[in-house]
Write a protein that binds this ligand. Sequence first.
Ligand code: PMP
Ligand code: GLN
Length: 395
Amino acid sequence: MSSNSYVTSKLREFGTTIFAEMSALAVETGAVNLGQGFPDYDGPHEVLDSAVDAIRSGQNQYPPGPGMPVLREAVAEHQARFWGLSYDPDTEVLITAGATEALAACLLGLLETGDEVVLLEPMYDSYQACIAMAGGVARPVTLRPPDYGFDTDELRAAITDRTRILLVNSPHNPTGKVLDDEQLRTLAELAIERDLIVVSDEVYEHLTYDGVQHRSIATLPGMRERTLVISSGGKTFNTTGWKVGWICAPAPLVSAARSAKQFLTYVSSGPFQPAIAVGLRLPDSYFTDLASDLQSKRDQLMSGLRTAGFEVFPPQGTYFVTVDIRAIDPEGDGYAFCRALPKRCGVVAVPNVVFYDREHRHEGQHLVRFAFCKRMTSIDEAVERLSGLRTRGGS
Ligand code: PMP
Ligand code: GLN
């Protein structure tokens, strides 16, 4: 909670993002940072080289408002190649400053004051803040461990006459849940029945494990025309600092998002746009190797967390694994646990409680998220440090 009275009341309750707080703590204490979800290794050389070439060849000025044609074409090709979705690169694709701006542009461009957004909780922290900035109201539906399914009756009850948007995120941060066909069908049926626009955050689309496949909700019958699909290059190419994202949707929906986006950043990431286009056109083996490498990292971290004494909820996708801390800390205060962890054993994690609505905090109080998008040596070091937690106690 922010005590700064200059901050607009719309944003006061959101304070400082947990990622800034925990990454600063990692730097300050020299802890292994398994908090913020960014890889501590680089992406494919073809992609990095392409950005260097773009900078050296003078592509350093404002790109076109909708994004560079080469990237819009690569995004459209990627959607067709991986998910069988066809978009016109000129009218149905918009390049944004990461998925974060894509989400903000959709919410600011589509919501009227008082409109409601139904979304799955726990939720990525920018969702609620952007809904608030857009004058909307968040209506979270809670996903609960161990399998993180949703209750269809709860979902149905959350939808009212004021609901305008259903905001879906799969693979889901922080739980690692990948919605299956039946769950997607339930969401789609409700969206059609209640005439909702769907915003689908698919930034972890290529990061799924154990043979689980991502499916975009836009592929279900009747859904392409009402869905804005959002993704970005950060996770897929280990370039989270480049902030190249996109929206794919029918032209009128893209146009609504563009109305807001043009007054946010207007454009961004000039030389990184052609580089992400190169990445999106890499062979299939790149994408499968990326997932299998992350799966090994996930397995290594999960096994270390279990040995350390946590109850672990295996994720089907994303960068993250969630644990219940109560076997180690009976009080189960995840925030206090994460604040103390760097000093206690030199590891940073993120308390899941920050991903819950204020009224539902009890649901995530005892849950903590660890990121495994880190070098195996970083994971091994973290596991080693965590292994003495139970014996070292709470000091
Ligand atoms: N959505 C989810 C679910 C995320 O985890 C993140 C974090 N990267 C984003 C959106 C933001 O993506 P970007 O870095 O491309 O802005
Ligand atoms: N998406 C990343 C995470 O959940 C971090 C994004 C950010 O720093 N805002 O850790």
